[in-house]
Design a binder for this molecule. Structure first.
Ligand code: GTP
Ligand code: MG
Length: 619
């Protein structure tokens, strides 16, 4: 919405422009007026719409045509004043003034105009008959008003209409020639309807209308008002009311009616509540609320975020099979200007046997989105109407910014619930098979059923009785690993092919180059464990290498394993290493954490006893 409003008064000499301004300011008719009034500014708190308003006079005998042009450019709204007793001043509206103001302007960028018939005290009838054809000819004319500077009739109304024309403009909403809502307005109102239709039955019930009304206007509708609204729609449309609720057509009709009756502010209030600006685009402030994510911190959806997403899933899972079919998924995203999830999502998360996105897979994809690009994720939540439906200030309350990673490392444990694992190995090692096995798909025996490919897969694993999300990312070693940041992640999974003698050497060099000096935990995985093992052409065997570098011994993986539990252990180990980065995994295999801690305590006790004895001997 505009921060201030600039109103310019134009018209033939002596129609009473200066007198109108002086009457408004002085609240009485000035017998003597200067040719041109000084520009005046009305402070926000005394204007009806609470915005500072500048009123600018024009006088042909005082101002040049250049100055007039400049004033027109600066104006937000122009009042063309005529004298109701002088036909010739009316003729000049269409012959001179409107062409001067909007002659060069493109459709949709015209300055709104208000026609002002002054000196109504001198005439008994109205000038409407002459004015109406002009109003029909020029769609930029917002309204007309007859007034009198002399007996102060309609003076404040005139300035109120002018203010309203700027703050709640008709042009973006409505096409007066076609007498219908413009396409962008229909699009915006359709999104608002879909968001507000909480049970997805394409009808706004009384309860839904009340929630809608409350979030837009602060209070619910009185029961009678609700019935009146429905009756008006029912009488004027064939399909606006169904099952005692408003259909989309009914909702659009209602807004058309508001506008046709000069109540644009009602439709604007609705649009603004749902995040739209004057050009009916969603505001950046709405879509991208400020969120600071310091270096070393990550972003996750929190309880509120999950609650909202579950609710949304329930709304669009129409057949209640706990999965979203492609149609259901498209419906879920119908409030977006584009489809946010491409085909790659089917390769990224667990799917059902029919290949649909399960509820679990859906949450995995959201988790990935929140982790990789939180601003995008907030934008998505904005389209879905999160702040309105959850009555929250903004989408920010749906996410948690985690503690800095270094702090986690000091403490030896992480409160985070999402971890990123980079899977690194030479081409053809079986990284994709490893990623896909994580989401329950076997691409070795079944082939890749998806046409799309994803560098990510996401699933949950149980670590110490807690559910954690693990993101696997397949590193294309030939294009990545050029800069140090390519190596950063919560855990690195170095993968080599047991059947390929060249394979391990590559892993060893990546380890030495990028991870040996870093604090990123590493886990080695020996892929294709079902094939005969080749002797690796490297100075030491993989097992010796791990021992030397205090890494856990390589974990065998086979995409062909009949027992998927064996593979699951690997994913759990990766999450475990990410969660407890300070514990080098070498002796962690199979040793539960509590035992390690208990053993640690025992060592201290024994040492303490030895120190005590040594001290005692010296006494
Ligand atoms: P320029 O500055 O020359 O362009 O004229 P203007 O449009 O500013 O007109 P101005 O306010 O100077 O008024 C012209 C004459 O009309 C003055 O004599 C006013 O007193 C008179 N007048 C203005 N408004 C009214 C009105 O509402 N009723 C009557 N009866 N006379 C008015
Ligand atoms: Mg004047």
């Amino acid at each position: 919405m505009k921060r201030d409003v600039r109103i310019l008064l134009l018209g033939e000499p002596k129609v009473g422009k200066t007198s109108l301004i002086m009457s408004l300011v002085g609240e009485e008719f000035p017998e003597e007026v200067p040719l041109r009034a000084e520009e005046i500014t009305i402070p926000a708190d005394v204007t009806p719409e609470k915005v500072p308003t500048h009123i600018v006079d024009y006088s042909e005998s005082e101002q040049t045509d250049e100055v007039l042009k400049e004033e027109i450019v600066k104006a937000n709204v122009v009042c063309v004043v005529y004298d109701v007793t002088k036909e010739e001043t009316i003729d000049m509206i269409k012959n001179k003034w409107i062409p001067l103001v909007n002659g060069d302007a493109e459709k949709g960028h015209k300055v709104p105009i208000i026609l002002v018939g002054n000196k109504s005290d001198l005439r008994s009838g109205s000038s409407m008959e002459t004015i109406l054809p002009i109003m029909n000819q020029f769609s930029e004319i917002e309204t007309c008003v007859e007034c009198s500077a002399k007996n102060l009739k309609n003076i404040s109304e005139l300035f109120y209409y002018a203010q309203k024309a700027v703050l709640h403009p008709t042009a973006p909403l409505y096409d007066p020639e076609d007498k219908q809502l413009k396409a962008p307005c229909v699009r915006a109102l359709t999104r608002i309807f879909c968001v507000s239709d909480q049970d997805n039955d394409r009808i706004l019930s009384d309860a839904e209308l009340n929630i809608f009304q409350k979030s837009c206007f602060g209070n619910p509708l009185a029961p009678q008002a609700l019935e009146d609204v429905k009756t008006v729609v029912w009488k004027n449309t064939s399909d606006g009311v169904q099952d005692n609720g408003l259909t989309l057509n009914g909702f659009l009709f209602l807004n058309t009616l508001f506008i046709q009756r000069g109540r644009h502010e009602t439709t604007w209030t609705i649009l603004r509540r749902f995040g739209y600006d004057d050009s009916l685009e969603l505001l950046d402030d709405y879509l991208y609320p400020q969120l600071r994510v310091p270096a070393g911190c990550t972003t996750e959806l929190n309880r509120l975020g999950h609650q909202f997403l579950h609710r949304l899933f329930d709304k669009y899972d129409e057949d209640k099979d706990s999965a979203l079919s492609p149609t259901e998924l498209r419906n879920l995203f119908c409030v977006f200007p584009y489809m946010p999830w491409g085909a790659e999502v089917y390769a990224t998360v667990p799917t059902t046997e029919e290949g649909y996105i399960s509820r679990h897979g859906y949450l995995c994809q959201w988790t990935l989105s929140a982790y990789l690009d939180i601003h995008r994720c907030l934008e998505y939540l904005g389209y879905l109407g999160y702040p309105i439906l959850t009555e929250q200030e903004s989408q920010i309350t749906a996410v948690t910014v985690t503690q800095e990673k270094e702090v986690d490392k000091e403490k030896g444990q992480s409160q985070r619930s999402v971890f990123l694992c980079k899977v690194i190995g030479p081409r053809g090692t079986g990284k994709t098979a490893f990623l896909q096995a994580f989401v329950g798909r076997n691409i070795v025996t079944n082939g890749s059923s998806q046409s799309a490919f994803s560098l990510y897969t996401v699933n949950t694993v149980q670590v110490s009785n807690q559910e954690k999300y693990l993101i696997l990312y397949e590193v294309d070693v030939e294009t990545e690993f050029l800069k140090a940041s390519d190596a950063s992640c919560d855990v690195a999974c170095l993968m080599y092919d047991t059947s390929d003698p060249q394979s391990f050497d590559y892993c060893a060099s990546i380890y030495k180059q990028h991870y040996m000096e870093s604090r990123v935990p590493c886990v080695l995985v020996a892929s294709k464990a079902d094939l005969p093992e080749a002797k690796q052409l490297h100075g030491t065997t993989p097992t010796e290498f791990c021992y030397k570098h205090r890494l856990p011994p390589p974990l065998p993986f086979s995409a062909l394993a009949h027992d998927s539990n064996r593979n699951d252990i690997i994913y759990t180990k990766l999450a475990w290493a990410a969660m407890f980065p300070h514990l080098d995994g070498s002796d962690a295999n199979g040793t539960p954490l509590w035992l390690k801690v208990a053993l640690g305590a025992a060592v201290v006790t024994v040492l303490g006893f030895a120190v005590y004895r040594a001290l005692a001997r010296h006494k």
